[in-house]
Every structure is written in structure tokens, then in C-alpha cells.
Design a protein around this ligand. Structure first.
Ligand SMILES: [Zn+2]
Length: 354
């Protein structure tokens, strides 16, 4: 009897001992940002010079007081999609490590040269989109070297990832998210919880994506094929930073962190989002001046006119029409229209929710 009583006492003391033992979170570093448990640190991902110039990508680590998963928030692959960049800036100041379980890595501006020079869509150093060359190359041009470093320092080290975009300088965009199912049920369940918790009311189901880890092209897909649930979110348009757009991205992030148990409180998932099963691009076939007839968010029937294109003397040279029925996700926001430019993107509503 005495002996078993001793064992009971011993286990009663052992349990709280082991709990307190795992209380503190180890230091976490991304690039030159290294944060101890309960700390926030700033630094850079230093992309070395190669066939072209070096660049420094800002990075912030918010290392929670309690151990847990690692969430990466990456913005500014397109450095003039301002609302998404400002949303991450707000999260950098708002996230309190004392409240966070696990670690958050924030990359507010991948494409510094685009921001600096106000060049939409591409990195002006090499003319490449910074969301098309993942997983990158150590000996490529600046975009490829940056993508290579982000794959190693951010993607490989995180458990979940959110990639932030929005309407670029020439895109009038309504907010939406992308959910890319992989066919791996457990992973897809988590990424679907994330996209619903984020709360944007239009969600594109992004199927048929590259599955080769050496040719994933997109950042979120690079994380997905490596087994990390990830989503893409978009808000903001045409160079503006409107409080509604920033709030959608900030509050959506906090809600997603709650569904992942990284912040206290309840998530606010969207209940009946509009699921879109594909996106149809309408492209310009020649140079001209664009006069739109639709706005972002308009529902169009197949055959409806999207606008008028004239030459520089005012003569109508084309009347682009919607090839399918759907929702205008974004429409060209400026008069400039050159051959190959996107006139509009139309989201086709899914027959049934996934
Ligand atoms: Zn973008």
C-alpha cells in the first residue's frame, strides 16, 4: 500500500513539472530577424548579388510566448498592390507576441524595386512577376534568387501560409480568395477552414495546378505541394489604400489565426460564400483607349459588352464582350490598353459548393 501511495504522489508532481518544462518557446529566426520567446524582431532576407543586383526583403518574426505552429504571411510580390502591403504593415504593429501561440513570420514587401519605382506586375530589375518563378533558382535573376530564398527561409520553415495580393495600379478589383485543393484530404480540410475563416465572400476553387515541387510557379502552390495548407487573398484596387479593403485583410488574418488556435477568441467564418469554379480572362487584341461599361463586382451574362475600345482619333475599333456569364472580379482601371492586356477577369459561379 505504501509503495503505490508513493507512486501516486510522484506522478502528481511529475505532471505539472513536464507542463512547465514545455512552457517557453525556442528562439526563431528568419533571415536576420531572430526573436526570443514572447518577442518581436525585424530583419531582412538578404538576396545576394548574382547576374544582377542584390536586394533586401524586409521580414518580421513574432515569436509567441506559447509554443505552437508557424504561420507565414507574405505580401507585396507585386509592389504596387498597396492595400495588401499596408494590411501586413498594420499586422506587424498590432500582433502582440504575448497573445500569440506559435510563431508568425511576416514579409510585407517581397518586391521592393516594384514599390520603389511604382512599376506594376513585375520586378523592374529583371521584368519577371515575383509570383511565377517558384521555387526559384540560386543562380537565376533577382526574382528567381529571391524566390529561392523565400522557399528556403519562409516556405520550408512554416506550417501554414497566406499570400496577399490585390488589384494592381491598372486593376479595379473586388475582394476574393483562392482555395487550391490538393487531393490530400487532411491538408485540404485545414486550408478550407482557413479560407472560410478569412471571411472573403467570393472564393475561387483553383484546381489543376503544377504538382512538380521543382516547378510550382506560385508561392501558395509551393507551400501546398510541400504539405502546408495555404491560401491566397486579394483586396484593394488601382493604387488605393481604402480602410475597408485593409480591414478585410487584417480582420481576415486574425480570424484565420483564431481558427488555427494561434490567437484567443472565436473566428468569424463566412457562411455562404460564392464559390467560383473558374476564371476567364478577356484580353485585348490591339492597342487602344479603353472605356469601361462594367464595374468590379458586376454580374454579366455571356455576350454583354464590357466596354468600348477606340483608336487615338475616337473611332471605335472593338467592343469586347463577356465570353461567359459570371462576376467581374476585376476590370481594367485605366484608359491604356495594349495588345495582350487584361480587359477583365470573369469568375464563373460553381454549380455546387465543394
Ligand atoms: Zn499580386
Amino acid at each position: 500500500m505504501m509503495r503505490s501511495r508513493h507512486l501516486l504522489l510522484a506522478s502528481a508532481f511529475l505532471t505539472p513539472y513536464f507542463c512547465s518544462f514545455s512552457y517557453a518557446q525556442a528562439p526563431f529566426a528568419a533571415g536576420t530577424a531572430s526573436a526570443a520567446s514572447g518577442q518581436k524582431a525585424t530583419g531582412y532576407l538578404a538576396v545576394p548579388a548574382g547576374v544582377d543586383a542584390a536586394t533586401n526583403i524586409p521580414v518580421v518574426v513574432v515569436n509567441g510566448a506559447k509554443p505552437g505552429k508557424v504561420l507565414a504571411l507574405v505580401s507585396g510580390a507585386h509592389g504596387t498592390e498597396y492595400a495588401s502591403i499596408i494590411a501586413i504593415e498594420k499586422l506587424i504593429s498590432d500582433l502582440d507576441p504575448a497573445q500569440v501561440t506559435g510563431t508568425v513570420i511576416l514579409v510585407p514587401l517581397v518586391n521592393v524595386p516594384s514599390f520603389e519605382q511604382k512599376v506594376p506586375h513585375v520586378n523592374p530589375v529583371d521584368g519577371k512577376s515575383m509570383n511565377r518563378f517558384y521555387p526559384g533558382k540560386a543562380d537565376g535573376t533577382q526574382t528567381e534568387r529571391a524566390s529561392f530564398l523565400i522557399t528556403k527561409e519562409i516556405v520550408d520553415r512554416c506550417d501554414y501560409l497566406i499570400d496577399y495580393h490585390g488589384g494592381d495600379l491598372d486593376e479595379s478589383l473586388r475582394p476574393y480568395a483562392y482555395w487550391g485543393p490538393t487531393g490530400r484530404e487532411a491538408q485540404d480540410r485545414v486550408s478550407k477552414e482557413m479560407v472560410l475563416a478569412f471571411g472573403l465572400d467570393h472564393i475561387i476553387i483553383w484546381r489543376e495546378r503544377p504538382t512538380d515541387p521543382a516547378a510550382t510557379r506560385y508561392l501558395d502552390n509551393t507551400a501546398s505541394v510541400r504539405g502546408k495548407p495555404s491560401i491566397v487573398v486579394e483586396a484593394g484596387h488601382a493604387g488605393t489604400v481604402e480602410t475597408d479593403d485593409v480591414a478585410l485583410l487584417v480582420n481576415g488574418t486574425l480570424s484565420t489565426m483564431r481558427v488555427l488556435k494561434m490567437l484567443p477568441g472565436q473566428p468569424h467564418p463566412i457562411e455562404n460564400p460564392v464559390w467560383l469554379e473558374k476564371v476567364v480572362d478577356v484580353l485585348a487584341d490591339q492597342l487602344g483607349i479603353f472605356y469601361p461599361l462594367v464595374k468590379r463586382g458586376t454580374y454579366v451574362e455571356a455576350g454583354m459588352r464590357l466596354g468600348t475600345v477606340t483608336d487615338f482619333f475616337g473611332k471605335t475599333i472593338s467592343e469586347p464582350r463577356a465570353p461567359v456569364a459570371g462576376i467581374i472580379l476585376h476590370v481594367n482601371a485605366v484608359p491604356t490598353l495594349k495588345k495582350g492586356d487584361n480587359i477583365a477577369n470573369i469568375g464563373v459561379v460553381a454549380v455546387k459548393a465543394p
